[in-house]
Write a protein that binds this ligand. Structure first.
Ligand code: GLU
Length: 298
């Protein structure tokens, strides 16, 4: 660990090539880590093979490299970590903090309101499986005491996880581990102290803090940058022509990412990638990043 104890990370899912929204998150987390003398790790979140697009992990890494990102240590692949997730899920189950659930999405949807991430689980299997049903998924018990944290960009965030998200899945019925479990276990095992990522995960954070507390893990410091919307207010599509990510010509996209983050722009004659980064690190000000969960750009 570096002397200041800052260790950040960028954790893309290999579900396609790097798009402008992820580039913004990568640039912000990299600049913040380097500006504060910290380390910056890359983790490929390939825990969801049904959603993975073959080749995209390598493509994301080569794009990051072409854009001049320099990560510390080896890239961690979640596909190498299933044993760790299994161990933690087993521990939660043994200690009575997680329980098997037999409900299908359709059954839950018929009775439950929508929460931050899908339906708020009504607790059907909390006190035992209905007769004759098999519990394939594992859900984590939640409670209604508010869980809050101070986001470095968005300010104070509080959520009652039980009523706003519900008991959530840590092991899916199809046998794959859930993102919420994997991310908490990996951030702990990698010694991550600072998490800077997109606001699409802002409302997942209280669930992750709940899980950290149950497991006796430290809670990192969080910062969430706004999600990028296109000019018509929609989330960026895969065919995002307005924000091209060209590995052969990284400076325009990097400049746009700085623009979105409301940072000062380097002088136009600074055309070497290395000099560009050194300048951007020196001028990084997290206080200038706009507050808000989503923003149109341009
Ligand atoms: N893998 C997630 C994504 O690509 C990011 C997870 C995180 O930063 O916690 O959206």
């Amino acid at each position: 660990m570096n002397s200041l104890g800052y260790r950040g990370r960028f954790a893309p899912s290999p579900t396609g090539k790097l798009h402008f929204g992820s580039l913004v998150a990568a640039v912000a987390s990299y600049l913040d880590a380097r500006a504060l003398g910290g380390e910056w790790l890359v983790r490929i979140e390939n825990i969801d093979p049904p959603r993975e697009i073959p080749g995209s992990a390598d493509l994301i890494l080569s794009t990051l490299e072409a854009f001049g990102f320099e990560w510390d240590g080896e890239v961690l692949y979640q596909s190498d970590r299933f044993e760790h997730y299994r161990e933690v899920a087993g521990q939660l189950r043994r200690e009575g903090m997680a329980y098997p659930c037999a409900c299908s999405r359709k059954e839950i949807g018929a009775v439950a309101p929508l929460g931050h991430d899908g339906y708020i689980y009504p607790g059907t299997c909390r006190n035992g499986l209905p007769p004759g049903r098999e519990g394939l998924a594992l859900r984590l018990l939640t409670h209604d005491r508010p869980i809050g944290f101070e986001d470095r960009i968005q300010g104070p965030i509080t959520q009652s996880v039980a009523s706003e998200s519900g008991d959530f899945v840590i092991l899916r019925a199809d046998g794959w581990f859930a993102y919420q479990l994997a991310v908490v276990v990996d951030d702990q095992d990698q010694g991550i102290t600072q998490i800077l990522r997109g606001c699409d995960l802002l409302h997942s954070t209280p669930r992750q803090i709940h899980l950290q507390r149950l497991l006796g893990f430290a809670t990192p410091v969080y910062a969430h940058v706004p999600v990028v919307l296109d000019g018509s207010g929609k989330k960026l599509s895969k065919q995002d022509l307005a924000h091209p990510i060209d590995p052969d010509n990284p400076l325009p996209a990097l400049g746009m990412a700085l623009g979105f983050l409301n940072q000062e722009q380097p002088p136009p004659d600074l055309d070497k990638l290395e000099d560009w980064w050194a300048w951007a690190v020196r001028h990084w000000q997290i206080g200038r990043v706009p507050k808000g969960e989503a923003l149109r750009f341009p």
